[in-house]
Ligand binder design. Structure first.
Ligand code: ADP
Ligand code: MG
Length: 360
């Protein structure tokens, strides 16, 4: 089966009378059938521009945008509309019409799509989807009577009622609290899996990244690998923490490493243990929960790394990688013009732990 979204060398500029600004640079990507892809990136990195290009809501400029089998580069308005009808959109603002009931809002989406359903079938379909999103009791209400989370779930019902094979969601949780945001993405994930729909979900909410099969990160209009994105974010957070309070940062690292090692002594950390550590770190540091979470993640990855090395670490690196590893450690030790005995000893210890031949 053909991939529902194929982009090749896509670039995009915004032009004004006085300036031209490149917001997407040479983007190539494929979204496979049934895949849930999260698109992250800082504000202004081009996420909305990219998703509106995929959604046929904006005409392309450079490169090929193939969506649901249609090349959109030179597509006319009729072809664009045809593609749009096969896509379900969920926006940051739910965009429900207050002059209609919840059910009527969803019905409207069904009537705009080219579904050949009788009135009775349409009503049944609307009721079914509103039940799936947990709004069975609210079908005849006015959208104004719903909470933020309920409105966004109505927005999902409206996007899914036509059973589209592609769903595009631009920051659907941005205006929701943590719990409603979580509910909304869980729901989106479950329903899309059931229908076998592909999803592109834009977010800069790190807490929902786990629903993705794949994460794409945009930075200044370019796609980055997840590891590039993570290391950039992590080091930025750590610098902040260090500037914020260097002593606390050291203390916290040691503290969280110790607690994490205890929790992971049996090779797993459950939610109760995780929460206990978070509470302790929060109370000793007074840092925000994002910072505490980061410190915990780092401690956990250190412990995981240690555990992996103790067990099967011996074969983790090729001879060439091992040599490079040792050379790099020596270069760092020599950087201040003097390799101390402590530094030499530490390099030997690390090399031994990693199963490298003894360094010269
Ligand atoms: P994101 O969704 O990641 O925040 P956008 O795709 O909305 O990013 O915007 C990317 C960049 O393009 C931003 O710097 C934004 O200011 C600029 N931009 C967005 N829309 C327009 C427009 N209609 N005209 C000119 N510049 C725009
Ligand atoms: Mg945006």
């Amino acid at each position: 089966m053909q991939a529902p979204v194929v982009l090749e060398n896509v670039s995009y500029h915004y032009r004004t009378a006085v300036s031209e600004r490149r917001v997407l640079s040479d983007i190539s990507l494929v979204i496979r059938s049934g895949e849930i892809v999260i698109l992250t990136g800082p504000s202004g990195s081009g996420k909305t521009t990219l998703i509106t290009l995929i959604g046929a809501l904006r005409a392309g400029q450079t490169g090929s945008v193939k969506v649901l089998g249609e090349e959109l580069r030179d597509a006319n308005e009729k072809a664009m509309t045809q593609v749009r009808r096969q896509i379900g959109y969920v926006f940051q603002q739910h965009n429900l019409l207050d002059s209609l009931t919840v059910a009527e809002n969803v019905m409207m989406s069904l009537q705009l799509g080219d579904q050949k359903l009788s009135g009775k079938e349409q009503r049944a379909r609307v009721e079914e989807v509103l039940t799936q999103v947990g709004l069975a009791e609210h079908v005849d209400k006015n959208p104004r009577e719903l909470s933020g989370g309920q409105k966004q779930r109505a927005g999902i019902a409206r996007a899914l009622v036509t059973r589209p094979s592609l769903i595009l969601a631009d920051e659907p949780t941005a205006s929701l609290d943590k719990e409603s945001g979580r509910n909304v993405v869980d729901l989106l994930q479950t329903l899309c899996r059931e229908q076998g729909a592909s999803v592109v979900l834009v977010t800069h909410d790190n807490r929902i990244l786990d629903v993705a099969d794949r994460i794409l990160h945009l930075e200044d209009g370019e796609i980055q690998s997840v590891s590039e994105a993570m290391s950039a974010n992590t080091s930025q957070m750590l610098r902040l923490l260090d500037q914020h309070d260097p002593e606390a940062s050291l203390y916290l690292s040691a503290f969280s490493l110790a607690l994490t090692r205890v929790a992971m002594a049996d090779n797993q950390m459950d939610d109760a243990e995780r929460n206990a550590i978070r509470e302790v770190l929060n109370s000793v540091s007074g840092l925000g929960s994002g910072e505490v979470d980061l410190v915990m993640e780092l401690a956990m990855s250190q412990v995981r790394c240690r555990t992996a090395l103790n067990g099967s670490g011996k074969n983790l690196f090729s001879a060439e990688q091992a040599a490079h590893f040792v050379e790099s450690m020596q270069a760092v030790a020599a950087a201040d013009g003097d390799v101390s005995d402590e530094e030499t000893a530490e390099i030997r210890l690390i090399a031994e732990e990693l199963g490298f031949p003894p360094p010269p």
